[in-house]
Write a protein that binds this ligand. Structure first.
Ligand SMILES: [Cu+2]
Length: 165
């Protein structure tokens, strides 16, 4: 009799602990998407960055940065600033008639793509702390209006490297 009474008791706290653990996991999983949720409204952007690279620059004056941002979501986003571990300053440039122009932001349309590539929009790394050389990795932190910060590791490729399309 006493055994039956005692038996279920230790199980309750155990179950409660297990539930607590499950809950905290769920909360942890949620918090990473918090920035999206806070701004979502009807929909939200779902950004995916790929194909990032930095061609080894001829001098340590400036370097270019290229990557692609795909937005699988149904809300547009905007790249508003970029920082890097190797550059004191990273500008966003567009190319108009072979002239580079600084822009304040670059749009990432809903269900669209922002492509940064040679001869077009690109990141311009300035005030370089060291010259990026092939085989190294450059880290970028991309800041978006809605999606917050996205960290990207970009390999340094040969000066004339062009990704296959
Ligand atoms: Cu430029």
């Amino acid at each position: 009799m006493t055994a039956r009474l005692l038996d279920p008791r230790p199980r309750r706290p155990l179950a409660a602990v297990a539930l607590g653990v499950a809950l905290s996991f769920a909360l942890a999983a949620c918090s990473s998407g918090e920035k999206d949720a806070a701004t979502k409204g009807d929909g939200h952007p779902e950004l995916k960055v790929s194909g990032a690279y930095v061609p080894q620059p001829p001098t340590k004056e400036t370097a270019g940065g290229f990557l692609t941002v795909r937005n699988g979501g149904d809300k547009a986003d905007k790249l508003t600033s970029v920082s890097s571990d190797v550059a004191g300053k990273v500008e966003m440039h567009k190319t108009v008639e072979q002239q580079m122009q600084r822009v304040k932001s670059l749009p990432v349309p809903a269900h669209g793509t922002l492509r940064l590539g040679r001869g077009g929009n690109h990141l311009m790394l300035m005030e370089l702390e060291r010259k990026p050389t092939k085989g190294q990795t450059v880290t970028f932190v991309l800041h978006f209006t809605r999606s917050g910060s996205v960290t990207v590791k970009a390999p340094v490729e040969a000066t004339n490297y062009t990704p296959e399309k």
